[in-house]
Design a protein around this ligand. Structure first.
Ligand code: DC
Length: 223
């Protein structure tokens, strides 16, 4: 039987992937898989277990054995490590950096890519991340790459973090730029635009316009 379509949305931090993929999943009745949240969960679990973010071998073991799941709670998708809801704990600036660091290790990537393929194998899913269209599902039915000027991406992150983020705009911008470099220059599965992805620059677009542009290009059965 033919699987339902797989849609991938890749791009750098703050390009709008999360907002857009949530709306898209709702609109098209798909399940959303936030692959960045999975790398964040590895960084958090490692910190708690005292495993340094540069120890690829132990991080790989941790990622393979981790009881990571997405569950719907009161209409929103939450991230669970075992029985604990870690959705907030993984969103700190520290875990953003940690996720970027742990995601550079091959054993971590192999463990999480295997989980992502398992979650999405039946189709009817929208995946968001850095390599979902290039590595996780290279045969996805529809691929998008969202991008925006770094200053605008940093401003979106800054507003999203709010006072709880305890970072100035300049600090957020500096983190965004550091993550850009690390995520796109690493040896394994760097951030890049898939040859067959639709590239959308969201710098001056409203969320609705981005969702509209994506919906227009989805396979008929999802529109
Ligand atoms: O999308 P995000 O900011 O939650 O992702 C956190 C980090 O995880 C990001 O800096 C790079 C890494 N990541 C990755 O390497 N591959 C993915 N598919 C998703 C995220």
């Amino acid at each position: 039987m033919k699987r339902r379509p797989v849609v991938t949305i890749d791009g750098p931090s703050g390009a709008g992937k999360t907002t857009v993929s949530i709306l898209l999943a709702e609109n098209a009745g798909m399940m959303r898989i936030d692959t960045g949240a999975m790398y964040r969960a590895v960084a958090l679990a490692a910190r708690r277990a005292g495993i340094p973010w540069d120890d690829g071998t132990r991080l790989g073991e941790l990622a393979r054995g981790m009881a990571l799941s997405f569950r719907s709670v009161a209409g929103s998708v939450r991230v669970f490590l075992g029985g604990e809801d870690v959705s907030e704990a993984i969103r700190t600036p520290e875990m953003s950096m940690g996720a970027s660091a742990v995601s550079a290790h091959v054993p971590v990537r192999e463990a999480l890519v295997a989980k992502q393929r398992e979650m999405g194998e039946g189709g009817g899913v929208v995946l968001e991340g850095r390599d979902t269209g290039t590595v996780v599902f290279p045969d996805a039915e529809a691929k998008f790459f969202l991008d925006a000027a770094a200053a605008v991406r940093a401003l979106r992150r800054y507003r999203e973090l709010g006072p709880a983020g305890c970072q100035s705009y300049e600090e957020v911008l500096s983190d965004v730029l550091r993550r850009d470099v690390r995520d796109s220059t690493r040896d394994h599965s760097p951030l890049r635009v898939a040859d067959d992805a639709v590239y959308i620059d969201t710098t001056t677009l409203a969320v609705d316009e981005v969702v509209e542009a994506i919906l227009r290009r989805l396979p008929g059965e999802l529109r």
